[in-house]
Ligand binder design. Structure first.
Ligand code: PMP
Length: 385
């Protein structure tokens, strides 16, 4: 065959693999195959909590395995309404709109609140779902250097467009650092822009009782802040939501394509997220425990000469440089009993391949010892030529 289309795919795959960028699906058992889980986003250890799994089972029994339709047809049950109310109340937002993933919540928030006549200013470290959302919005997009408020202000001040959005992760998903939310809010409001904050890694972890980074920055009451969240990390479920005021929610209801054309969140996910919210409210020290463990992990990295960051939430990166080195380090961690995340381009910029360790509220002293042994094995790699 002339121009075999599969040969093209094979050549591209060979080039990726030669550069250390082969990806594999590794299926795990329910106990992480006996490894300590430091790779998931189950920050509060709620995904397997019997109160949460029980609520999932009960919701499926009452409401069905699927939601049976899109949110504007049959996919909005009273369970979804209750979840929206409880999420909004927990975060101190006027309203919330639940999506079937955080990815889709970001797509809707940026695409529906932006548009052809708007400017979107996006941090260079933002999650892939925000990058895709920017593209989908058809707005002019300015990507600003990481955490650079002056660059955001320059983009807003010099714009010909009337409408503008500033969009940022609250806690960056790989580097684990915090966006300068108060300064971004100030700049956004002075220049007539909305501030869209992705709280995927901060809801349930950052701030008093885990109410998130926007709340911790004292910005919950600002009508110009829109929050996106996922139910798949600290809440141990799946799904997403956009939190905001009436103008924002109505815009998404009327025009948010990933809200309108997607089947509503599965009832089991809504039920389990509600149970998880109840646990966080009744055990308000859980978020601080996850954060404390992250601080301990980062401090240990510093002690043994591994490059990390000051963690703002539960994400602790260990920067290693080339992708092969990160793969080697992840394999060593597994050999020492710990499963860690391994991030390579395009998930991170070239030269910034790293391990991503995630702390959990339910790590015990024995677990911390396992991690320290694994990290020592990674540090010893540096001693080799
Ligand atoms: N935003 C950020 C910052 C994320 O890290 C993720 C998930 N990795 C998402 C959004 C997407 O959320 P979900 O997995 O619920 O689609």
């Amino acid at each position: 065959m002339r121009n075999d289309p599969l040969a093209r795919l094979r050549r591209a795959a060979e080039a990726r693999h030669a550069a250390g960028l082969r990806r594999t699906r590794r299926s795990r058992g329910p106990d992480h195959d006996g490894l300590l889980d430091l790779a998931s986003n189950d920050y509060l250890g709620l995904a397997r909590d019997p109160r949460v799994t029980g609520a999932a089972a009960e919701a499926a029994r009452v409401w069905g395995a699927g939601s049976t339709g899109s949110r504007l047809v049959t996919g909005s049950t009273r369970l979804h309404a209750e979840l929206e109310e409880r999420l909004a109340a927990f975060a101190g937002s006027p309203d919330a709109l639940v999506f079937s993933s955080g990815y889709l919540a970001n797509l809707a928030a940026v695409a529906a609140l932006g548009g052809r006549d708007a400017l979107v200013v996006s941090d260079a470290g933002n999650h892939a779902s925000i990058v895709d959302a920017c593209r989908l919005s058809r707005s002019r997009v300015v990507v600003t250097p990481h955490r650079d408020v002056e660059a955001v202000e320059a983009a807003l001040a010099g714009r010909p467009e009337e409408a503008a959005l500033v969009v940022t992760d609250a806690v960056f998903s790989v580097d684990g650092d915090l966006a300068p939310l108060a300064a971004l809010h100030d700049v956004a409001v002075r220049h007539g822009a909305l501030l869209v904050v992705d709280e995927a890694h901060s809801l349930g972890v950052v701030g008093e009782g885990g109410r998130g980074a926007v709340a911790a920055a004292g910005l919950s009451a600002s009508p110009y802040v829109v929050r996106t969240v996922t139910l798949s990390k600290s809440l141990g479920s799946q799904g997403g939501a956009v939190l905001g005021g009436p103008e924002v929610v109505q815009t998404l209801l009327d025009t948010g394509r990933s809200f309108i054309f997607d089947t509503g969140l599965a009832p089991a996910c809504a039920g389990s997220a509600l149970a998880a919210l109840g646990i966080i409210e009744s055990e308000p020290d859980l978020p601080a425990r996850a954060r404390d463990h992250a601080v301990k992990l980062a401090a240990y990295c510093a002690e043994i000469g591994l490059e990390s960051n000051d963690p703002a939430a539960a994400v602790v990166p260990v920067f290693l440089g080339p992708p092969e080195r990160a793969l080697d380090a992840a394999a060593r961690c597994a050999d020492h009993g710990a499963r860690v995340g391994c991030f390579r381009p395009p998930s991170v910029p070239p030269g910034r391949s790293c391990l991503r360790l995630t702390s959990r509220a339910d790590l015990g002293p024995g677990d911390l010892e396992v991690i320290q042994r694994a990290l020592r094995a990674v540090a010893e790699m540096g001693a080799r030529p």
